[in-house]
Design a binder for this molecule. Sequence first.
Ligand SMILES: NC(=O)c1ccc[n+]([C@@H]2O[C@H](COP(=O)([O-])OP(=O)(O)OC[C@H]3O[C@@H](n4cnc5c(N)ncnc54)[C@H](OP(=O)(O)O)[C@@H]3O)[C@@H](O)[C@H]2O)c1
Length: 289
Amino acid sequence: MTDSTQPVLASGTFAIGGDLEVHRLGYGAMQITGPGVWGEPADRAGAIATLRRAVELGTDFVDTADSYGPYVSEDLIREALHPYGHVRIATKAGFTRQGPGQWRVVGQPAYLRQCAEMSLRRLGVETIDLYQLHRIDSKVPLEDQLGLFAELVEEGKVRHVGLSEVTVEELRAAQEIVPIATVQNLYNVANRQSEALLDHCAEHGIGFIPWYPIATGGLVAPDGPLTAIATRTGHTPAQLALAWLLRRSPVMLPIPGTKSVGHVEENCAAALVVLDDATYAELDALAAP
Ligand SMILES: NC(=O)c1ccc[n+]([C@@H]2O[C@H](COP(=O)([O-])OP(=O)(O)OC[C@H]3O[C@@H](n4cnc5c(N)ncnc54)[C@H](OP(=O)(O)O)[C@@H]3O)[C@@H](O)[C@H]2O)c1
């Protein structure tokens, strides 16, 4: 059913790794933690309600990381959504946390192993649907970091492997070690620094998960670049930003983040927005040169 009760279904599907089918418009669970992605959210009940509302609206692809909180986001996902049924949870490993807004990369295989075992336990699953290396650690050989991911796949603890914030060259090198099903890079209508990677992913059937799809709120400011088009078309700026992403590529899996039920409803409804060619081109032209 594709209607206003389950708008996300209108975003179409993508098969992660060729066999894990999700609807393309997902949900990013980083915002349901405290300030600086640290600690508990101010409104715990609101965070739970937001996760459940996303799924009611058809969302079946939820992105998180052990470092969000840390642990808070995964714990809330389990409390709100377990058992997950058809909903696929993607999580990540490789960042340690020292306080609000502080992140340090650690890619030692022993640490990544612990991250995986603890995410399995926290999420309450036997297999992580999509496990992403949050950042490549330049101090550790790539073979060691992704070799551990390959072991997890072999053991049945991980179904598909993803990367985050990589170049085409890094993706190619990673593919030599373990099949890569997705990449997750900063990308939105105003920031196309990962355009070459997106094109590479489209060519090879690799899912592209744009983080900051609405520029962490920057694209929805009243004086933002989308306001005039939003006023004219009757859609909201967030909906235009997401609709542009969905139309940009069939491998695009946007994961807008919000701690608000109202915003999750608005964002999910973006899947119903059909951009005509002229509006798509106008949005396309917003990219910084
Ligand atoms: N791989 C990585 O390194 C990486 C880095 C950052 C993020 N991520 C992932 O990407 C996801 C998305 O990134 P993000 O959450 O930082 O950025 P985003 O989705 O671009 O923007 C989220 C921000 O926009 C606001 N917002 C959301 N919907 C809105 C709407 N309809 N109208 C007005 N404001 C709205 C949210 O505030 P409210 O909560 O008040 O709605 C929040 O402040 C994260 O949840 C996380 O899963 C990955």
